[in-house]
Design a binder for this molecule. Structure first.
Ligand code: ADP
Ligand code: TRP
Length: 335
């Protein structure tokens, strides 16, 4: 990065499935916080090209992209501070992907653990799934991003982007490096447990959607797996799924009070059990996202506003993309 050029943060979100508490605490909170740390230089996009490796229905894809955009805006992403755009609104990324593909060995991709995991799960791979990390590297490098906040599962992909940037610079030297080496940043939030105590993930069907409310939310919370302690018995602190979720919503003092109820099996002289803990959790989720739910309803009713925000961000992102791509074309000898 040349002296004085701004640091830029970038991340992509796949538009597949309803966003859940794991996504919120593991990724979205950080993304939104970074808009103040990197004013004007936080780039987020909805990875619809990537989603095409698995989604097979146009309406589903369009709806999922819209839902993710609405969720981010409702949860506090401010399009005046950060960009939020559709990946496919900047098609230049696919051209950079081609250039990177030509310098990437098959072996590098064959070592990708997330690809190998998918094969092990019996997924029949398409070429897009295999080359997924090259498109992701193109996303990162096209916008000359310095910092990429991701979950642990994506670290190897960012490292591949580092390799691809270095390789490109070595193959096509120029006075100033055209592609910059990005760094990743892991979220500090520990793994958010799902209803069954495994990592909350849409692939495990154990999620609590961020905007779940009322009866649906109550039913989900009721399904959270707990120990067999009876009402009034002390409840375990370690490894308790309800408490782990409550901890995400409480400050230290409040958590200490709840841990007191757990240790004694009592609250204000009355027996305290999982039913009560689950009621506390339901109320926390309801109130934490109440304002965002209101904003979400308003945005759902005004798709044009969402589209305008996506389009404005894409226009700004595209200027950056075209600038990098022109440098890459020049460096490689393309027109
Ligand atoms: P899923 O596992 O539901 O498919 P994704 O892989 O799309 O979720 O997750 C997007 C990002 O959300 C991840 O990179 C990670 O940062 C975060 N995330 C997802 N699930 C969790 C979780 N259970 N705990 C913490 N962070 C999570
Ligand atoms: N692969 C990421 C995920 O599944 C999404 C993504 C696509 C991304 N391109 C990116 C993340 C670039 C960070 C940077 O979560």
């Amino acid at each position: 990065m040349s002296e004085g050029s701004p640091k830029r943060v970038l991340s992509g979100v796949q538009p597949t499935g309803e966003l859940h508490l794991g996504n919120y605490f593991g990724a979205i909170v950080q993304h939104i916080a970074l808009q103040d740390e990197f004013p004007g230089e936080a780039f987020y996009f909805i990875a619809d090209y990537h989603a095409l490796t698995t989604v097979r229905d146009a309406q589903t894809l369009r709806q999922s992209v819209f839902e993710v955009a609405v969720a981010y805006l409702a949860l506090g992403l401010d399009p005046e501070k950060a960009l939020l755009f559709r990946q496919s609104d900047v098609p230049e990324v696919t051209e950079l992907m081609w250039m990177l593909s030509c310098g990437t060995g098959m072996g590098l991709l064959e070592r990708a653990t997330s690809y190998k995991d998918k094969l092990n799960r019996g997924i029949k791979p398409n070429v897009g799934l295999f080359t997924y990390p090259i498109l992701m590297a193109a996303d990162i490098l096209l916008y000359r991003s310095s910092l990429v906040p991701v979950g642990k599962d994506q670290v190897q992909h960012v490292e591949m982007a580092q390799d691809m940037a270095t390789h490109f610079t070595e193959c096509f030297p120029s006075a100033e490096p055209v592609l910059l080496r990005p760094e990743y940043r892991l979220s500090s939030t520990p793994k958010v447990p799902g209803l069954d105590g495994e990592k909350m993930s849409k692939s495990y069907n154990n999620t609590i959607p961020i905007f779940a409310t009322g009866k649906k939310l109550k039913k989900l919370v009721a399904r959270i797996v707990t120990s067999a302690a009876e009402l009034g018995d002390p409840l375990p602190i370690e490894g308790d799924n309800v408490l782990a979720l409550l901890a995400l919503f409480c400050d230290a003092e409040e958590l200490q009070t709840i841990e007191g109820y757990y240790r004694t099996g009592q609250r204000d002289g009355q027996p305290f059990g999982y039913g009560h803990a689950k009621q506390l959790l339901t109320a926390k989720i309801e109130s934490k996202f109440a304002d965002a739910r209101g904003r979400r309803e308003a945005l759902l009713a005004d798709p044009q506003r969402v589209e305008d925000a996506l389009k404005r961000s894409a226009a700004r992102a595209r200027v950056e993309a075209q600038r990098t791509l022109a440098l890459c074309r020049h460096a490689t000898g393309l027109r």
